[in-house]
Ligand binder design. Structure first.
Ligand code: MG
Ligand code: ZN
Length: 218
């Protein structure tokens, strides 16, 4: 098995190089960019839908949505107010990589936007291993998934810049120990910013939107 390791490393290096090129392209256009990752159903697209109206008249937003199939998510982003929405269909791949993002970036005139939101494919394992070139990574967790996720998927929690805990309106109905969950995150990623919120009720959304505005220099 050991002889496979260099091959994997080469693939990762190639991806990292392309991610650096993506970053340079995004930076030169003066755009702030985030990569949103989560398991399927945690609320990535709902978060984008609830965030965009709150950024109206403040940031011009482009959304890139990765999915195995369909353009449902990019359609939702466009309907919610994204000035541009590009869908990447991965054709079966369970994550986005830097090549796919480059292809999507080529379809955008980046200078027209202030914020680029990339929605990764729903998956709590490999998206963390493929850098895209975005400035910040955001992980969306949700109450119904359970409070043990940081312990079970440490790789996803380790490298992110912010963790959103969505669906806090369901806390009264679910056995979810917030302190246990947050302890798990802090061990893996000390001091990471955590935003408990609900895309359904809107509670907690303001702090998240402020974080975006601050990072985008607004
Ligand atoms: Mg989605
Ligand atoms: Zn994958």
């Amino acid at each position: 098995m050991a002889q496979n390791i260099p091959v994997v490393e080469n693939i990762m290096n190639a991806n990292d190089r392309l991610a650096q090129e993506n970053r340079a392209r995004i930076e030169s256009a003066g755009v702030f960019s985030i990569n949103i990752m989560a398991s399927p159903g945690a609320g990535k697209t709902s978060l984008i839908e609830q965030t965009l109206p709150r950024l109206k008249d403040k940031l011009r937003v482009a959304a890139i949505d990765g999915d195995i199939a369909t353009s449902i998510d990019s359609d939702r982003a466009a309907a919610a107010g994204a000035q541009a929405a590009v869908q990447i269909n991965t054709g079966g791949d369970c994550h986005l990589d830097a090549v796919m993002l480059r292809g999507a970036l080529e379809q955008l005139d980046l200078k027209q936007y202030d914020l680029l939101i990339v929605e990764n494919v729903g998956n709590l394992v490999c998206p963390a291993n493929f850098k895209l070139g975005t400035h910040k990574s955001v992980l969306v967790a949700s109450i119904p998934e359970g409070d043990d996720k940081p312990y079970k998927y440490p790789g996803m929690y380790r490298g992110v810049d912010a963790v959103i805990i969505n669906k806090v309106d369901l806390l009264p109905y679910v056995n979810f120990r917030m302190d246990y969950f947050e302890r798990g995150i802090q061990v893996l990623n000390p001091g990471v910013t955590i935003f408990p919120l609900s895309c359904r009720t809107g509670e907690g959304m303001d702090a998240w939107v402020e974080w975006l505005l601050k990072n985008a220099g607004k």
